[in-house]
Ligand binder design. Structure first.
Ligand code: 5GP
Length: 178
């Protein structure tokens, strides 16, 4: 039974797992022959995705995390701040940024600018969800789990007021819950 807070389930636990297997196969192929990459998780939304993806990848890799705060309302829209930084040095490393969702692109642009300045050998982006219809800033997305409509989604790491992250499925939150 899906959680009653959900208006509709977008992707079940099994559908997510199956898409992750496809994504992992693609990533494993692209990184074959390279030194172990660093998977960078953006806390907290990408945690479930990152850990499942990392296990599915089944190849040597390192994990690191950063935490940010972003401001979605005017006048600070697009302003992002790093609250917890990476522990690993990215210089000369192959880095794969793992995001929960790319919406307007403001957050990702900031992260890419910040991480590029650290001179990794390569920097790619993997996002579980993409709301590309809402994009305001063009940003590169190399690996995408699902393209989704312009609705507010929760579950599998994504929250509403810190709740619902632990739902096993991804769904649209009922309007009377938000
Ligand atoms: P952007 O900077 O691309 O507009 O926003 C990305 C951030 O907005 C995500 O990391 C996430 O925190 C939040 N976000 C955007 N859309 C959704 C959504 O549908 N559900 C949830 N839970 N967060 C969202």
């Amino acid at each position: 039974m899906p959680d009653p807070a959900l208006e509709r389930v977008l992707y079940t636990r099994n559908e997510i797992a199956s898409r992750l297997r496809e994504l992992a196969a693609e990533i494993r192929q692209d990184y074959a022959g390279l030194p172990p990459p660093i998977l960078i998780g953006v806390l907290k939304g990408s945690v479930f995705f990152l850990t499942d993806l990392a296990r599915e990848l089944a190849m040597p890799l390192r994990l690191d995390f950063l935490s940010i705060s972003s401001f979605s309302a005017a006048p600070d829209r697009g302003r992002v701040r790093i609250e917890k930084d990476l522990e690993l040095d990215l210089r000369g490393e192959h880095a794969l940024l793992v995001e929960d969702i790319v919406d307007t692109g403001f957050t990702l642009r900031y992260l890419l600018e910040t991480l590029t300045a650290r001179q990794p050998a390569s920097l790619r982006v993997c996002t579980l969800l993409d709301k590309s219809s809402r994009r305001l800033i063009p940003v590169p997305v190399h690996y995408r789990g699902f393209e989704i409509p312009d609705r507010f989604v929760v579950g599998y790491g994504l929250d509403y007021r810190q709740l619902y992250r632990n739902l096993p499925e991804l769904g649209i939150l009922r309007r009377d819950e938000s």
